[in-house]
Design a binder for this molecule. Structure first.
Ligand SMILES: NC(=O)C1=CN([C@@H]2O[C@H](COP(=O)(O)OP(=O)(O)OC[C@H]3O[C@@H](n4cnc5c(N)ncnc54)[C@H](O)[C@@H]3O)[C@@H](O)[C@H]2O)C=CC1
Ligand SMILES: O=C(CO)COP(=O)(O)O
Length: 314
């Protein structure tokens, strides 16, 4: 089975580099002016291997398995324009977010645009730079069809990228989307100088929020403590390699943050606030992050927002 990747950002490029160790891979990007230099400025210091073909032409994407590594908020627009050409293939979502326009995850967007495709999700704790450098990484491959999950697991594992499989698409996808919100909150706590104890509370209570919403949306509870949920939550809340964490640091410290950086948790927090309201689920950390990201809550009121709530059982 041949592989192609849509989206030549940091993650798409890193996956392409890793998969090119096993055979030819095609990577499609919107802007490919950098391709002749064999180095993507979104992934500096990584030489693209000869087996990796970069193209700006979608008609060159003939692979049976296509990984969609676009940010969650642009995926819907891309699929509306180009989805039809990818139907009847294996389509693997690599985005970690919830679409604000539809309040659904990337896999539902793909399934709606490509009703005859086999849809899967690739997620878990992994920084693009780590994957591209061949550092050992473990991810989750989720597909509702157990046979397809096994085939994709084999196809997309490499010598340094170890994939575990599950049929719980909702659980895997929601874990990856929701952890970004909590990472912003953890970063804000550190940026504001609230300390490591505060961060530990946010990670733990944030995980409780993730579990509450994900199970209400059909996830299996046992999926959330896995790589795609807890694993990625720990990574993203503790490393300055994470853009969501760094964005939170800037919010907490009252500093500007580089415009144009992909920070999935900001829009996803707004989507989650709406979903939680609809479902009648309490999500205080997500609501706070949505408010901070939109500017409707000021950082100096963040503590009041979380601490001045009625005391409750854990
Ligand atoms: N960077 C990382 O370490 C990881 C990222 N991810 C996920 O992968 C997804 C993509 O993130 P990154 O690659 O890191 O982002 P990025 O910011 O490095 O790249 C985004 C890419 O999307 C392209 N793009 C933006 N709008 C577009 C449009 N309308 N049509 C076509 N292309 C468009 C940009 O040109 C850029 O190449 C996100 O959901 C992220 O959460 C998942 C795991 C690790
Ligand atoms: O999802 C990631 C690590 O698993 C990447 O995190 P950021 O998008 O916060 O950089």
């Amino acid at each position: 089975m041949s592989v192609a990747i849509i989206g030549a950002g940091a993650f798409g490029t890193a996956l392409a580099v890793s998969l090119a160790s096993k055979g030819p891979v095609t990577l499609w990007g919107r802007d490919t002016g950098w391709a002749a230099a064999r180095e993507n400025p979104r992934l500096p210091g990584v030489a693209l291997p000869p087996a990796l073909h970069v193209t700006g032409r979608l008609d060159q994407i003939a692979a049976e398995t296509v990984l969609l590594a676009l940010p969650a908020q642009v995926l819907g627009g891309f699929l509306a324009e180009h989805g039809a050409r990818f139907d009847r293939r294996n389509l693997v979502s690599c985005a970690k977010g919830i679409d604000l326009a539809t309040l659904t995850g990337p896999s539902a967007l793909i399934a709606a645009a490509c009703p005859h495709a086999t849809v899967a999700v690739l997620t878990g704790p992994s920084f693009a730079a780590d994957i591209a450098r061949g550092l050992p990484t473990a991810l989750t491959l989720a597909c509702a069809d157990a046979g397809a999950a096994e085939a994709l697991q084999r196809q997309l594992s490499t010598a340094t990228l170890r994939l575990y499989r599950t049929t719980d698409m909702a659980g895997a996808e929601l874990g990856g989307a929701l952890k970004n919100i909590i990472a912003i909150a953890a970063g804000a706590a550190i940026g504001a100088g609230y300390g490591d104890s505060a961060r530990a509370s946010i990670v733990t209570r944030g995980f409780a929020e993730m579990l509450r919403l994900a199970t209400a949306l059909g996830a299996r509870p046992e999926t959330l403590p896995g790589l795609s949920g807890l694993g990625d939550l720990v990574l993203t809340c503790t490393s300055e390699q994470s853009r969501n964490f760094r964005y939170g640091l800037a919010l907490g410290a009252g500093r500007d943050f580089a415009a144009g950086t992909t920070v999935e948790g900001a829009a996803t927090a707004r989507a989650v606030t709406r979903l939680a309201e609809r479902l009648g689920i309490e999500m205080p950390i997500s609501n706070l992050v949505a408010g901070l990201a939109q500017g409707s809550i000021a950082m100096e009121h963040a503590l009041d927002f979380l601490l001045n709530r009625p005391l409750k059982e854990e």
